[in-house]
Design a protein around this ligand. Structure first.
Ligand code: NAD
Ligand code: UDP
Ligand code: UDP
Length: 322
């Protein structure tokens, strides 16, 4: 029987890739999105497939539909967007989680939560293992996102313990690839767009802070492998690429791959910006038989090609600034 998958946040960056992969595997897909940061354009190529349905809906309101599994991705993910309306960000994570858990409880179906490495905050344990409880400021500018996601995890585990529900919690580390929003302020999209346009590459702080970047195709595979685990497998499980680099190194790589003349400029580091981040993926390797396969340079090349095409179409001319 065809499985019906609900993907909340399905027209966002990661969600659109997940919808695509689920359709390719024969699922019916109900994509629910309020289009806050997601775009119709991300799923437009799927609209003529009979097994795909797009519904404009805000998950902070109840949702009554009939599906077989839920991937809960709805939530703005970039600091400038989640800080734009922080109260709505917390509501999306917390009230949205309650609604999706209520839906899954009524239907007795598995529900997967897209949690985040931000639950570890500015980590003092490195690399981050799932058993680490984190170092999170509860009242800072990032808290709406971090604490919202932490509370969502709490709700998922309480519904599991209290209602015996089949929950799956994944902690996603920095993910990049085609269909990132060009203006959402994340480091990979910013650097790639700046390099393609010949503009200054904006490093916040010294550029010595580290991140570990996972290509979106690898992440989506990990998400689907998590959903395929037996009932009772809850996670939390880290999904990310353990190859750590400084933001300064990323800037150099992007400039080199684009062949850009951009120069690097430095500005203030945002408050509570984590100094280091790298996933320990031993659990994902052992329990899901998963690890990333796309090397960072390869993924960056595909991302650069996407933005090059997007910017050329937007301006109707070659966008390279070099
Ligand atoms: P994104 O902003 O591109 O996608 C989020 C989607 O959720 C958008 O389409 C947005 O319109 C939608 N949305 C937001 N609030 C909603 C609401 N109340 N109701 C319905 N839809 C709503 O971000 P993304 O990078 O694709 O992230 C997807 C998920 O993965 C998020 O939950 C994010 O927290 C998580 N995540 C992403 C990363 C990353 O590096 N990209 C890292 C950790 C966790
Ligand atoms: N809910 C939903 N769709 C459903 C079932 C429930 O959106 O198919 C929402 C409903 O708004 C409810 C929430 O999920 O407030 C939590 O449901 P639960 O059954 O846990 O709580 P209760 O209904 O008892 O408050
Ligand atoms: N960053 C940067 N320049 C930019 C955008 C981001 O130096 O134009 C830095 C940011 O301060 C952080 C890192 O890059 O240290 C990753 O930022 P992003 O917002 O992509 O993700 P997150 O901080 O949530 O991991």
């Amino acid at each position: 029987m065809t499985k019906r998958s609900l993907v909340t946040g399905g027209s966002g960056f990661i969600g659109s890739h997940l919808c695509e992969r689920l359709l390719a595997q024969g699922h019916e897909v109900l994509c629910v999105d309020n289009f806050f940061t997601g775009r119709r354009a991300n799923v437009e190529h799927l609209l003529d497939q009979k097994r795909f349905e797009l519904l404009r809906h805000d998950i902070t309101f109840p949702l009554y539909v009939e599906v077989d599994e839920i991937y809960n991705l709805a939530c703005p993910a970039s600091p400038i967007h989640y800080q734009f309306d922080p109260v709505q960000t917390t509501k999306t994570s917390v009230v949205g989680a309650i609604n999706m858990l209520g839906l899954a409880k009524r239907l007795k179906i598995p529900v997967l939560q897209a949690s985040t490495s931000e639950v570890y905050g500015d980590p003092t344990v490195h690399p981050q293992v799932e058993g680490y409880w984190g170092n999170v400021n509860p009242i800072g500018p990032r808290s709406c996102y971090d604490e919202g996601k932490r509370c969502a995890e709490t709700l998922f585990f309480d519904y599991h313990r209290q209602h015996k529900m089949d929950i799956k919690v994944i902690r996603i580390f920095n993910t990049y690839g085609p269909r990132m929003h060009p203006n959402d302020g994340r480091v990979v999209s910013n650097f790639v767009v700046q390099a393609l346009q010949g503009k200054d590459i904006t490093i916040y702080g010294t550029g010595k802070q580290t991140r570990s970047f996972c290509f979106v195709d690898d992440l989506v595979e990990g998400m689907m492998k998590t959903m395929a685990t037996k009932p009772g497998y809850t996670g939390p499980v880290n999904l990310g690429n353990p190859v750590e680099q400084t933001v300064g190194e990323l800037a150099n790589t992007v400039v080199r791959l684009v062949g850009s003349s951009s120069k690097v400029v430095y500005s203030d580091l945002p408050m509570d910006d984590p100094k280091q981040r790298k996933p320990d993926i031993s659990k994902a390797r052992a329990e899901l038989n998963w690890e990333p396969r796309v090397p960072v340079e390869e993924g960056l090349k595909r991302t650069i090609a996407y933005f090059d095409d997007l910017l050329s179409r937007q301006s109707g001319q070659d966008t390279r600034g070099a």
